[in-house]
Design a protein around this ligand. Sequence first.
Ligand SMILES: NC(=O)c1ccc[n+]([C@@H]2O[C@H](COP(=O)([O-])OP(=O)(O)OC[C@H]3O[C@@H](n4cnc5c(N)ncnc54)[C@H](O)[C@@H]3O)[C@@H](O)[C@H]2O)c1
Length: 273
Amino acid sequence: MGNKKIRIGIIGCGAIGSQLAGAIKNNFSEQAELFAICDIDRDKAENLKADFSLGPEVLLIDELIERSELIIEAASAKISYEVAQKALAAGKNVIIMSVGGILDRYEELRALARDAGGHIYLPSGAVAGLDAVKAASMVRVNKVTLTTRKPPQGLAGAPYLAEKNIDLSAIKEETVIFEGDASEAIKGFPQNVNVCATLSLAGIGPKKTRVKIIASPEYKTNIHEIEAEGDFGRLFARTENLPFPQNPRTSFLASLSAIATLRNILDVVKIGT
Ligand SMILES: NC(=O)c1ccc[n+]([C@@H]2O[C@H](COP(=O)([O-])OP(=O)(O)OC[C@H]3O[C@@H](n4cnc5c(N)ncnc54)[C@H](O)[C@@H]3O)[C@@H](O)[C@H]2O)c1
């Protein structure tokens, strides 16, 4: 990379995108430049731009991809596939936060990255244990399960709730909302359980990874528990996440994990599996 600053474009100026933008300015200004930002709600992009004395430019998605070297998607599962596809086809590197949106076509994107010389980075998100699941998957793994506990508002907007007529305000005690495999979970909760998409790609795939989602008004944190068993032994990892005040669906650690992924890309030392 030499002394040349890597040009970063962020798509989505919400909780995660704004935190990342701040980190680029405050922590990585020697290695990287926030070159462009984009949001479907232009005011959000303009507000974020106002935090910077110089740049970034507010661009539309296609131009942002064309003119950036590293593209960060922090917007929505509805566009993460399109962003990854366009960025990789242009030989760029891409960090995808809305991992659920690429799950079905992951192999296609891998092939595209390989052919065009780009890379796909999927941050761990708000969960501990992916390092070990990745290492364990080098040999036989029999079982991986994710149990997610959230306050009811942490599941707001999920299509599964409308489909099953589940009223979040009627939940007064601990209630199992969903049990199934990771691909069903991501279809039902595309904005709420990206973690299960990343976990399944790190481990034994979306059909074999089991997911349970539990809601309760008593929960103050988003709790993820991963259990895995295989030739390596057994693993149990539990993370208790504080939600973002401005977006209770997202955990603070998810944006920190994106910042740490960025550091991994920019740094000469890469720690962890
Ligand atoms: N990988 C993980 O573990 C993980 C964890 C938390 C959140 N996420 C995902 O990351 C994404 C961002 O999360 P967040 O908490 O910052 O969400 P947010 O709602 O706070 O921000 C998303 C921003 O993207 C914008 N946006 C939505 N659709 C867009 C489009 N088509 N084009 C451009 N901009 C668009 C919105 O206007 C908003 O400003 C979400 O999809 C979320 O599900 C992933």
